[in-house]
Design a protein around this ligand. Structure first.
Ligand code: OAD
Length: 243
């Protein structure tokens, strides 16, 4: 493990193109519940059962209650050392991209600029009928309405069964394919397409690294696997980067 750690550090030091993929685990130490951990339940509902267009169509009040609760949860949280280390890493790597599956906005709050929020953001709302969309950090009503057409607003996140925002997947694939190093942090690697990015990176010659609390289905395919808390491992990896 010590050897791997030093090797990953050296690798980052000499790399010009790095793509980092993050998941809920990177925000766990900020107090944001992960999706599949023991705290991944809301009331008696699994998050995955609510983050769906059909659930919203049938029970918009329930789905909005869930998202308003999540907004309140995240509002109380702050970026942790893992977010801060990734914001620092960006400064050292000439071509850097952070692709996050998280919708909490904590990477941006920590100071990351080159961030792709591939599943959208808790802080975006958009109309279910017209093109109105906006960033909104305020406390929202139970069923917020569009100020333009009066129809129901929805959270600006990508739900299960929905396509990613056009262009996002294309850009992600382009960047992952060009990476020298691909690092996956705090994701169970169960949700596509992100769970396949490591393979795409590897097929194009990148060295792949996993940082996660526990092994994932992708661990055996990674060149390096560092298991432990992202908030402890990432600051160590970034400290002393020479570039
Ligand atoms: P998961 O909840 O599936 O996985 C979180 C991973 O983080 C697990 O493998 C944990 O072991 C790990 N973990 C927990 N605490 C950690 C820590 N302190 N340091 C490092 N790792 C830690 O979350 P995601 O993989 O992000 O999609 O889930 C992917 C997608 O599925 C989400 O974006 C969401 C979800 O359902 C949509 O909503 C569309």
């Amino acid at each position: 493990m010590v050897a791997s750690f030093e090797m990953v550090k050296a690798l980052l030091d000499e790399s010009r193109r790095v793509v980092v993929l993050t998941g809920a685990g990177v925000s766990a130490e900020s107090g944001v519940p992960t999706f599949r951990g023991i705290d991944g339940l809301w009331k008696t509902h699994r998050a995955e059962d609510l983050a769906r267009p059909d659930s919203f169509a049938q029970h918009p009040e329930l789905v909005w209650e869930f998202y308003n609760w999540r907004r309140e949860q995240v509002r109380k949280c702050e970026p942790n050392p893992a977010h801060i280390a990734l914001a620092e890493m960006e400064k050292h790597i000439p071509n850097f991209l952070l692709i996050t599956q998280n919708v909490d906005g904590l990477h941006t709050w920590a100071g990351s600029h080159k961030v792709m929020e591939m599943h959208g953001s808790l802080w975006q709302v958009k109309c279910t009928v017209c093109t109105h969309a906006r960033e909104d950090f305020s406390e929202l009503p139970d069923l917020p309405e569009c100020p333009v057409c009066g129809h129901l607003l929805r959270p600006g996140v990508v739900w299960f069964g929905e396509s990613l925002v056009p262009g996002v997947l294309r850009l992600a694939i382009e960047q992952v394919s060009q990476a020298d190093v691909f690092v996956s942090v705090g994701t169970s690697n169960l949700v596509q397409p992100a769970a396949s990015f490591h393979q795409l990176a590897k097929d194009h010659g990148a060295v792949t690294v996993e940082v996660n609390l526990e092994p994932t289905p992708n661990t055996g395919l990674m060149d390096f696997a560092l298991h432990g808390k992202a908030g402890e491992i990432l600051p160590e990896l970034v400290t002393g980067l020479l570039k």
